[in-house]
Design a binder for this molecule. Sequence first.
Ligand code: C6P
Length: 421
Amino acid sequence: MVKALHELKTADYRVDAFDVARIRRDFPILHQRVHGKPLVYLDNAATTQKPQAVIDAVGRYYSTDNANVHRGVHLLSQRATDAYEGARVTVQNFINAAESCEVIYVRGTTEAINLVAQTYGRKSVGAGDEIVITAMDHHSNIVPWQMLCDEKGAKLRVAPINDAGELLLDEYERLLTPKTKLVAIPHVSNALGTVNPVKRLVELAHARGVPVLVDGAQAAPHLKIDVQDLNCDFYAFSSHKVFGPTGFGVLYGKKALLEKMPPYQGGGDMILSVSFEKTVYNALPYKFEAGTPHIAGAVGLAQAIHYLLGVGFDAIMGYEAGLLAYATETIAALPGVKIIGTAKEKAGVISFVMDNAHAHDVGTILDQEGVAIRTGHHCAMPLMKRFGVPATARASLALYNTKEEIDTLAAAILKVREVFG
Ligand code: C6P
């Protein structure tokens, strides 16, 4: 049984038991020097690095199987189609969807959310209706709803958070009214690392008949995802954040909802028949997949999922919880450093500000030390405003990071202190 993150004590850290050296050997990009220093890659929330198995799978696909899918009777097309559809079943199992047709391939989390806004949203949201999001959302889970609200004369309501970066459940509940047509929430905040109690948030929304979309971009690399257990109506994640290729991702939707939704884009593959008078749309999931898809993306994502499942999510979660706790203790103890986002339940992220140095300066000096982090507003400008900061420096972890790398990060932060005081 994996403990809740806040229940972990130093004695529970499994950092040493996990064979991180073996994991690191699987990621060729990690073994290089930048600015003459060993690379310490701590920008995993922006994108994760790829194991050799994923790089090989994509290369193999292009070397041996490349063809268009669902279109040719020839062998290569059949192989490409098998790989593409086989990947869908791998994703289905990864998130425990009831059926593979509930897995819609998209370009990433951003497109998944826009798809729901432009199809489900446009059909179900009208003037005076409301959509509930949270104060910690990424722009990808704000702007599509804002655009929809502008078009329909609907209103965006924002559930507030406390100073630790935790959602205020009472306030969230108060926002759920007969006007609410949809709730859209992040599973894990990219800028704070907060893990939201998604199952409870879904229960509260469903009790009022409101469907819920979960932005899982930052959850999928760190947590075991079970969409049936969460009982969410939509779940979105990006391949590139789970060690797969960029430009690819997944929208999960409950079949009953997806079936009622109009298509997103028109074109090849999403139709059963076309005449100039009338087009009959294809069945799920193809109704939402117009045009030649990112076949190699599906192949790479499936391989990434196999890789992760091979390591095992219990092991990954245990290791990362220990590493995050170690990083939190280490960074919090540094003089002049304040961590932004101190929720009890966190995954993967340490955002911080420094007394006398702007986040961009922190990032630039860290880069010179070989440490790659992200600085800025992290596509969460309203959240920065909530905390009264223009930007933060964000170190984000993955299963291949080590305690030693955290120590290098801490030493680099001390160098920033030396320069800026
Ligand atoms: N966050 C970060 O550095 P795309 O770009 O579509 O793969 O994912 C968008 C997205 C949506 N929701 C959350 C919670 C996210 O973190 C992201 C991407 C990256 O934090 C790039 S801005």
